[in-house]
Design a binder for this molecule. Structure first.
Ligand code: ADP
Length: 328
């Protein structure tokens, strides 16, 4: 079957994550390999509406596999939420001769793509790019592994200070409403306690655990707190609460913030991005649409984009058990 798709657009949208550039590179090079034209769309849906396009060939993506952020820039775009805005975007794509697009982003970007596909019967495929790992239909999103490594490295450094001064550190990490970063990085960094939204252990349990930790002879402690944690207290309030109830502790807070979103992607994210880009372009050329590329059991899979948006990721119960045993 000869594909009707002759020109594919690619863009990044929503929050950036490490590995997005590697995915852009993969989409562009796969198009070149398959003999299909590729166009970079700048600033997500904003650039689509404004016609901010640039033809890309295999050489336009030299030396970007190792870079964090996104060379195509990213944006949030309210006009795309309106029918008028999407119509304008469609006209721009048609004027440029773009027949399909690959969107690299999170569930908001996928929602926009799904609506666009329904309204204009325009072929779209999604690649999940977010450090939070909160997208259904894939075990790993692009950027998650890199963010874990960043957090572990930061906590290793904080631990040096914590143990030199016999301090307790609360380290807040990203993750929106889910605790995947906190749980995985917490186990990797050897945290004493990990607070995640999926398991509200309660403040009594936290105090109990910190007390035990002190009694067992630990000189310093690290508690990882997911930003979406549901103890009802933010990380600074947690510090005050613990200092009030356990004066034996000298508590400090570190909010890692946006450093978790940047930096060169890990090897895992680069490889995953390369694989996902190939799969996305191949799927479009096979006539598939409104799907998201994901990875499960180290195999690439496709999930209907509406399911990827609506579904919820599950926290790894086995890893929670491991973390409990490790804090003995
Ligand atoms: P992410 O993709 O990281 O979840 P956002 O939720 O900010 O990021 O979504 C990115 C962009 O996707 C929005 O700025 C908007 O242009 C588009 N978008 C999100 N939700 C919708 C929607 N319901 N309808 C149309 N476009 C949407």
């Amino acid at each position: 079957m000869v594909s009707e798709i002759k020109k594919i657009g690619v863009f990044t949208s929503g929050g950036d994550s490490p590995g997005m550039n590697a995915a852009i590179r993969s989409v562009v090079r796969t198009c070149a390999f398959m003999g299909v034209d590729c166009v970079g769309i700048y600033r997500g849906y904003e650039g689509m509406i404004e016609g901010d396009f640039k033809p890309m060939d295999a050489r336009s993506v030299n030396n970007i596999i190792n870079k964090g952020g996104t060379i195509l820039k990213s944006a949030r775009c309210n006009p795309f939420r309106t029918k008028e805005g999407r119509k304008r975007a469609y006209e721009q794509l048609r004027a440029e001769g773009i027949d399909a697009f690959v969107v690299i982003g999170g569930d908001g970007s996928f929602t926009g793509a799904m609506i666009f596909n329904q309204e204009f019967d325009f072929p779209v495929i999604g690649i999940p790019g977010t450090i939070d790992n909160d997208i259904f239909g894939t075990t790993f999103t692009l950027g998650f592994d890199t963010a874990l490594n960043t957090v572990v490295e930061a906590v290793d450094k904080i631990r040096d200070t914590a143990s030199s001064h016999n301090r307790l550190f609360f380290v807040e990490v990203m993750g929106r409403d889910v605790g995947h970063i906190a749980l995985n990085a917490g186990v990797g960094a050897g945290a004493e306690e990990i607070l995640i939204p999926e398991e509200n252990l309660g403040l009594d349990r936290l105090l109990e655990s910190l007390k035990r930790s002190k009694e067992s002879g630990k000189s310093s402690s690290i508690v990882i707190v997911a930003e979406g944690d549901k103890t009802g207290k933010n990380v600074f309030e947690l510090k005050e609460y613990v200092e009030e109830h356990l004066p034996i502790y000298d508590v400090r807070v570190s909010v890692l913030g946006h450093m978790q979103r940047g930096g060169p992607p890990s090897c895992y994210d680069r490889v995953l991005a390369s694989r996902m880009g190939v799969k996305a372009v191949e799927s479009l050329l096979e006539g598939k649409t409104s799907l998201m590329v994901g990875v499960q059991d180290n195999r690439l899979i496709l999930t209907p984009i509406n399911k990827a948006i609506k579904g919820h990721t599950k926290i790894d119960k086995e890893l929670i058990r491991v973390s409990e045993i490790m804090t003995t």
